[in-house]
Ligand binder design. Structure first.
Ligand SMILES: Nc1ncnc2c1ncn2[C@@H]1O[C@H](COP(=O)(O)OP(=O)(O)OP(=O)(O)O)[C@@H](O)[C@H]1O
Ligand SMILES: [Mg+2]
Length: 274
């Protein structure tokens, strides 16, 4: 049972206050987003602002609405109430052509890599360029091999996804997410299904690509070790709201008991299963 005071303490929205002014500093802002799915509230007044040019980790346990949040950012789902603003544009009020244009500037690495099984790695990575641009095949070959070398898959470009390991499939999905030179790259649980060593290597790669290409990276995960490794800004998602968000350094040294319990992955503290 949670009393009123705890509720307020748990779900405040400092970053939204900050985000009110400096439009240019925040790539993505969710303002009091509510969403029910199958009659159940999933997002419950979610407020968050994702800073430009940083790696933000949105950390939350399974089933708290992380993938649902991503779908709102790319306009695959729309809020029942509240607003989602990406680069100053309100996503729910965009026309379909505007939405498609926005999506081209967002690279997404889906939870399972989401590669086309019947296409080679090369064709998978080339797909967005062929679909959305009139880049010549010679230029496509150049861009695709650069991105595949970036992620260490230059030798696997003729393979089918089924011939790759789980980690390689994620790297192929990563190369595809980068191919349109997106301003925002979103990773939905890049570490799911990977062992700790491969997870750490993938996180290294995310950091490397971020320093190479820049942009706003949003990594959604329940993995605290990944958050610690790559998060420059951390937002904690709990029961469809952001408990707290801030620079990683501040968050990891926070003495707020919710934040502390969350980031230490401890069973002891104010957060409970019910
Ligand atoms: N299309 C849908 N219809 C009904 N319920 C849904 C739908 N999509 C998601 N949900 C529910 O919303 C909740 C949040 O789902 P979501 O996939 O965002 O969780 P998550 O935080 O990404 O979890 P995981 O770590 O397991 O990927 C879950 O209870 C899920 O069952
Ligand atoms: Mg998910």
């Amino acid at each position: 049972m949670m009393n009123q005071e705890q509720e307020e303490f748990q779900y405040h929205s400092t970053d939204l206050d900050l985000a009110g002014e400096g439009e240019g500093e925040w790539s993505i802002r969710c303002k009091d987003v509510h969403k029910r799915l199958g009659g159940v509230p999933v997002l419950n007044g979610l407020n968050v602002a994702i800073p430009d040019h940083k790696i933000t980790v949105v950390l939350g346990p399974s089933g708290t609405g992380k993938s649902v949040l991503i779908k709102h950012v790319i306009g695959l789902m729309f809020p029942d109430a509240g607003d989602v603003v990406v680069h100053g544009q309100s996503v729910p009020s965009l026309t379909m052509p505007q939405l498609l244009a926005l999506r081209q500037k967002i690279g997404v690495l889906f939870q399972d890599g989401a590669l086309f099984g019947s296409m080679s790695v090369f064709d998978n990575v080339a797909f967005p360029l062929r679909q959305h641009t009139d880049t010549s095949e010679a230029q496509i070959a150049k861009i695709v091999s650069e991105r595949l070398s970036d992620v260490g898959l230059a030798d696997a470009m003729d393979d089918l996804p089924s011939q790759l390991s789980g980690g390689m499939r994620k790297r192929a999905g990563f190369a595809r997410a980068l191919v349109m030179e997106p301003d925002i790259v979103i990773f939905d649980e890049p570490d799911s299904g990977l062992d700790p060593v491969r997870t750490a290597l993938l996180c290294d790669l995310i950091q490397e690509m971020h320093s190479l290409h820049g942009g706003t990276y949003v990594v959604v995960t329940h993995n605290i070790a990944s958050a610690r490794q790559i998060g420059q800004y951390i937002a904690l998602l709990w029961r469809g709201r952001i408990v707290e968000a801030g620079d990683a350094e501040r968050m990891f040294s926070s003495d707020n008991p919710f934040v502390h319990q969350f980031l230490s992955g401890s069973a002891e503290g104010p957060l409970t299963m019910d």
